[in-house]
Design a protein. Structure first.
Length: 343
């Protein structure tokens, strides 16, 4: 019988009056890829943060390789062979790849012999798991996909046998996501255990062996992936039958309500995030703005909403300009019919 890498038994966690995890039981088999799915706010990240030592459960038990353990800090988790790659990377932007990997893991990191040994080990891990990245590259100069590789390498360098990934594809292009899945399968082939937190069901079907579903802080089901469907998982996630295909009729559009012309926006570092963007939105339209996270979508909407300074361009709401200095009155904009729901 396959041994459990992780067992969570009767885990409860509350934040004030909010019960994030309610009597959670979870078992993850060693050497498998186990998915945890659920809507935003279902308690997935909280549960894994308990396993990694960011939070402590109010009650319940954690077992690693069959033995009860106490995990009060991330260092406790690392010592037990648990690593975590967070949705928002925890890297030092102006450090090199090698410096980020060894940061906190070497007591004699300033010695040349220690740095040379660390470099050799990093290069071995890169070759073994197909995680090639220049050890001397500066983090802030790397694309997001390579930064994620550095996070995985950090965990492997510290001896992780169990790797938790929190919404790892949210910042990746489709090609980068496919490469990540190949890496995860390679980690599994090397005997590692992977826990994948996501709400993207097609990714779950493509890469996992088993999947657990959370809803409103509870664990509602665990399935062998090949024995379930996207439809069943979606229904378990929300508690009702989900229509996965929406029939769209012909829409009737009206006059231009919002007009964006030659809009350029920079972030707090002075990096151009929106470059000379123009578009119109008519009444009766739903306009989608797609792109991998971090490519200017948030800055665009914040500028349109008047809460972020724009370098140049104009935004017209029903023919009247919006203040682009970043100091627009939200109340006035609401009165004019413009609302902003942040992510």
């Amino acid at each position: 019988m396959a041994q459990a890498a992780i067992e969570l038994i009767g885990i409860n966690k509350s934040f004030g009056a909010v019960r994030a995890n309610r009597d959670i039981n979870l078992e993850v088999t060693r050497g498998t890829i186990h998915g945890i799915v659920g809507e935003n706010g279902a308690g997935k990240s909280t549960l894994m943060s308990i396993l990694y030592g960011f939070y402590q459960a109010d009650s319940g038990e954690i077992r690693v390789a069959g033995k009860p353990v106490s995990i009060n800090t991330p260092n406790d988790a690392i010592a037990l062979g648990i690593g975590m790659v967070h949705q928002h990377f925890m890297l030092v932007d102006n450090f090199t790849v090698l410096e980020n990997v060894i940061l906190g893991a070497e007591t004699d990191a300033l010695l040349k012999s220690s740095i040379a040994k660390a470099r050799s080990e990093l290069e071995r891990l890169e070759r073994e798991y197909g995680l090639e990245v220049d050890p001397d590259a500066i983090i802030e100069e790397l694309p997001v996909g390579l930064q994620q590789r550095v996070e995985i390498l950090k965990a492997l360098y510290r001896g992780a046998e169990i790797l938790i990934l929190d919404e790892p594809t949210g910042v990746l292009t489709p090609a980068e996501a496919d490469h990540l899945f190949r890496i995860l399968k390679q980690l599994k082939e090397q005997g590692k255990t992977v826990v994948l937190i996501t709400h993207k069901l097609r990714e779950i079907m493509a890469v996992t062996d088993t999947v657990s579903v959370m809803r409103q802080g509870t664990m509602v089901a665990t399935r062998v992936t090949r024995e379930t469907t996207v439809g069943e998982l979606a229904e378990l996630m929300v508690g009702r039958r989900v229509l996965l295909r929406v029939e769209k009729g012909q829409s009737e559009t009206g006059a231009i309500k919002l007009s964006v012309k030659n809009l350029t926006v920079k972030d707090s570092r002075g990096v151009t995030m929106v470059d000379d963007v123009s578009f119109d939105v008519r009444g009766g339209e739903i306009v989608g703005i797609a792109g991998v996270a971090g490519n200017g979508q948030s800055e665009l909407l914040e500028a349109i909403s008047g809460i972020r300074h724009a370098v140049s361009g104009e935004v017209m709401l029903e023919g009247k300009p919006i203040d682009l200095t970043g100091k627009a009155d939200p109340g006035e904009l609401r009165d004019r019919g413009l609302a902003h729901v942040p992510e």
